[in-house]
Design a protein around this ligand. Structure first.
Ligand SMILES: [Fe+2]
Length: 317
């Protein structure tokens, strides 16, 4: 395997661009490295959302993140959707474009959910071929994100991390590793999340997602409505140790707090990166700066001692 770098440079720490924060961002111009934009909210030119997006994209780097490509479906790829993504990317010049390694629709019916795929050689070939087509339309490498899941297929012949790795290699695409999704799936499917991290090719990881979830003890739901919990911070530290500095953002899609509260949480991500990779030159390029009082500094000891809270034996759900 070549050691040649595939990914773009580290661009720092970002947040998802949310309508609740449009006015705050334009008024206060917070020192943040970048924003992640939910592509589907801005595909139609004109209107208020596009006004805010274009104003913010003039001042900050942005990346595009989609939920509708349905790259694993057996339905034909939606070429109109891909062309509209391309048009949006021409307008706002994102650093990169991502979607999920999943399927969302079948026979033209959209589930509006990010559903897992059967992990087989046949599916690897199917998805990789479709990624190549999408990349041709978009004129750039696509980032594929691992989804959280609550079921598996008896037809699967490989682990999820091998499936993701093989698709990325065959399609020559990049990876958006969602650290929370790895944790959620590890709890639901009883695997060690470190096995997942250790099987992913560091040359292909362009971005991390961090988020919170809802823990029901016997299972975990990926809700994006809580702070990032200690278990996910701990796995984030392990991911930093394996992959080095990776452009990182926090996803919050419900129960969205005021911007300064989320910014504070992003500072925690930055602090953990600095503690894990002390003196790394890439980290010093971040523009993040404290907005007010800071919570007590995390320590390596705190992080390392926090358990993954994995069940010791399989529980029927
Ligand atoms: Fe995510």
């Amino acid at each position: 395997m070549s050691e040649q770098k595939i990914t773009q440079d580290f661009i720092g720490f970002g947040l998802g661009l949310r309508t609740d924060h449009f006015e705050y961002i334009l008024q206060h111009q917070p020192a943040i490295d970048w924003f992640e934009v939910l592509s589907e909210n801005y595909l139609v030119a004109g209107g208020k959302p596009r006004y805010y997006l274009e104003a913010i994209a003039e001042q900050y780097p942005v990346v595009m993140h989609g939920v509708s490509m349905s790259i694993g479906s057996t339905d034909p790829l939606d070429m109109d959707y891909l062309k509209s993504l391309k048009k949006l990317s021409n307008d706002i010049n994102p650093k990169w474009i991502s979607d999920h390694i999943c399927w969302t629709s079948i026979h033209g019916v959209n589930s509006h959910d990010l559903l897992p795929l059967p992990y087989t050689e046949e599916t690897v070939k199917h998805v990789a071929e479709r990624v190549k087509i999408a990349q041709d339309v978009l004129g750039r490498r696509l980032l594929l994100e691992n989804v959280s899941s609550y079921l598996s297929y008896k037809d699967s012949t490989m682990d999820e991390w091998d499936f993701l790795s093989q698709v990325a290699e065959e399609a020559d695409c990049l990876i958006l590793l969602d650290i929370n999704n790895i944790y959620v799936s590890a709890r639901n499917h009883f695997f060690n999340p470190l096995d997942y991290l250790n099987k992913i090719d560091p040359r292909r990881v362009q971005q991390f997602h961090l988020a919170g979830h809802s823990d029901y003890g016997e299972y975990v739901i990926d809700t994006h409505d809580h702070d990032v919990p200690p278990s996910v911070w701990t796995l984030y530290q392990a991911a930093l140790e394996r992959f080095g500095p990776i452009s990182t953002m926090i996803e919050r899609d419900a129960n969205i707090p005021d911007f300064p509260v989320l910014y504070q949480e992003l500072l925690e991500a930055q602090k953990i990166a600095e503690l894990t990779l002390p003196g790394h030159p890439a980290l010093s390029q971040s523009s993040l700066a404290p907005m007010g009082a800071i919570s007590p500094m995390s320590t390596n000891e705190d992080l390392i001692q926090d358990p993954y809270q994995l069940p010791s034996k399989k529980v029927a759900v």
